[in-house]
Ligand binder design. Sequence first.
Ligand code: FES
Length: 143
Amino acid sequence: MTTQVPPPQRRKFLFTMIGGLGALLAAASAWPVFRFLSPVAARGGGEQVAIPRSEVVSGKAHFFEYRGKPAVALQPDPGKFIALSAVCTHLGCVVAWKEQAGEFQCPCHGGRFSAEGQVLGGPPPKPLEPLAVVLDGDQLKIG
Ligand code: FES
């Protein structure tokens, strides 16, 4: 003996399931848009980054992530530490450190920045964004 569900109940069940699945798909596709549009600080990205002082070697660049974006720490002179956003101010490519030249170069359109982030050439309209650095024992606290 089989139990048959009357057609109106079956239809209601199907509509409920299809509606639930549609809502789930809509939420899943809206989530990336929401994440993209929400401010970085709202995503918990406002915290400081601690980097061991020993990892920032004089003359070399130490790249890290700060608030979800590439950043770089340098020690241009012994004991002097700076940190910058590594995002080019032209169209947002990530700059590379050229140790021989002692400058940052952007691979996209040839932008050039000094070790302190000042524009040396190319299309970037402004310097690399500086980040606050505090030396705390053997740690650099950035941000
Ligand atoms: S994005 Fe860096 S020079 Fe264009």
